[in-house]
Design a protein around this ligand. Structure first.
Ligand SMILES: [Zn+2]
Length: 378
């Protein structure tokens, strides 16, 4: 069905990305998402040990579009680096408090993706995260957590062509899928009140009984629907079971697209068409993370409107908040000042924190944004 003919419901995309040189790209991204029926978007910032994160760009996006953008920034792993001046860092647990005070809506974690799990050498249940997870649980601050990848990425025979380019083909030198689940589940057992949205259906779309057992065991866990196109292929293999799952767990599933600037409408359309119609349709061939693939046809599960309403917005609002939280301009600038100094100290190739701080103050001279220190002092 054409995207314009799909249901007219309020839609929040819980899983989009923004970052990079072009700060103005956020305007076009939001406009483009609106064309796909998305009213509000949750920008996730991915962060990795050894690299400065794109939190400044995320803060810019939220400041520019305060009623549209929810923001889940990434952790600042400088906190656990050895070669950093720790007068410029905050512990992972303190970051929870600070990011909440800044006005962020949650935190994004990517440490469970197998390639980052391997290169970081940090187990998901490492003691370095203990206090951090405890603080998240205590504050009921949500995490959108990417843990694992589709099982076919470990199998060169089954891995789709599109996964090979980005290097998502895992040999024996990578941790196994089960070992990563093991680490993650030890975290959940230790901190049972953590509020977690697992990205990409926690990569359990090919094992719905296990997905159900996970949701039953951990009542504060939800799954997002951002492709991972394998998810829709797996549901297509057993449409009745998939539909039954969506009906039973309608309060625990959250719409997402993995949209980013320059993203294609087919990324939105494919998830919506699957949820809303009973059509049999070909996987979009214009998106580099969907195609080429040995799997071709998908089948929709035509969910009732009251279920769609929950998956599109109500579940996210219940877990994260009815509207995006307001940024505190003073605290935003403080954090950007800290990151400016940190990026100067670590010799980051471009100091986006300084750029964003300067720009926010220039653009919002009347709005309570104070002149940044831009790294001269802290
Ligand atoms: Zn993503």
């Amino acid at each position: 069905m054409d995207i314009a003919e799909l249901a007219d419901l309020h839609i929040i995309d819980c899983h989009s990305h923004f970052g990079g040189e072009d700060l103005d790209a956020i305007d076009g991204m939001i406009e483009h998402q609106r064309a796909g029926g998305i009213d509000q978007t949750c920008v996730l910032i991915s962060s990795f040990p050894g690299r400065s994160n794109a939190n400044p760009e995320g803060l810019y996006a939220k400041a520019k579009h305060p009623s549209t953008v929810y923001l889940f920034p990434g952790l600042d792993y400088a906190a656990v680096a050895r070669d950093v001046d720790h007068r410029l860092t905050y512990s992972l647990a303190e970051q929870v408090d600070r990011l909440a005070e800044v006005g962020c809506d949650g935190i994004k974690m990517l440490n469970g993706k197998p390639n980052y799990r391997k290169t970081s050498g940090l187990a998901l249940d490492s003691v370095i995260y203990d206090e951090y997870f405890a603080r998240l649980a205590e504050r009921h601050f949500p995490v959108l957590w990417h843990v694992n990848d589709p099982e076919e990425f470990w199998d060169p025979e089954q891995a789709p062509e599109w996964a090979k380019g980005p290097g998502w083909l895992y040999d024996d030198s990578f941790p196994t899928k089960e070992s990563i689940y093991g680490e993650c589940e030890r975290v959940l057992e230790k901190h049972p009140t953590l509020t977690i949205i697992f990205a990409h259906f926690y990569f359990l779309s090919d094992d719905l009984p296990r997905a159900a057992a996970c949701l039953d065991r951990y009542p504060n866990v939800c799954f997002d629907l951002a492709p991972g196109i394998e998810m829709l292929h797996n549901f297509t293999k057993r449409p009745d079971e998939a539909r039954g799952f969506f009906l039973k767990y309608q309060d625990r599933i959250i719409f997402g697209t993995d949209f980013a600037p320059g993203g294609l409408l087919s990324r939105i359309w494919v998830v919506r068409n699957f949820l809303e119609t009973e059509e049999e349709f070909h996987v979009p061939t214009d998106e580099r993370l969907f195609w080429p693939d040995h799997r071709t046809m998908m089948r929709g599960i035509a969910l009732p409107e009251k279920v769609l309403k929950k998956i599109y917005a109500d579940n996210f609002r219940r877990i994260v908040g009815p509207e995006p939280r307001k940024l505190d301009p003073r605290k935003v600038i403080q954090e950007l000042d800290r990151l400016t100094a940190l990026q100067d100290a670590t010799g980051a190739p471009r100091n986006t924190a300084r750029r964003v701080a300067t720009r926010l103050c220039d653009e919002n001279a009347e709005g309570g944004w104070t002149t940044p220190y831009v790294g001269r002092t802290l």
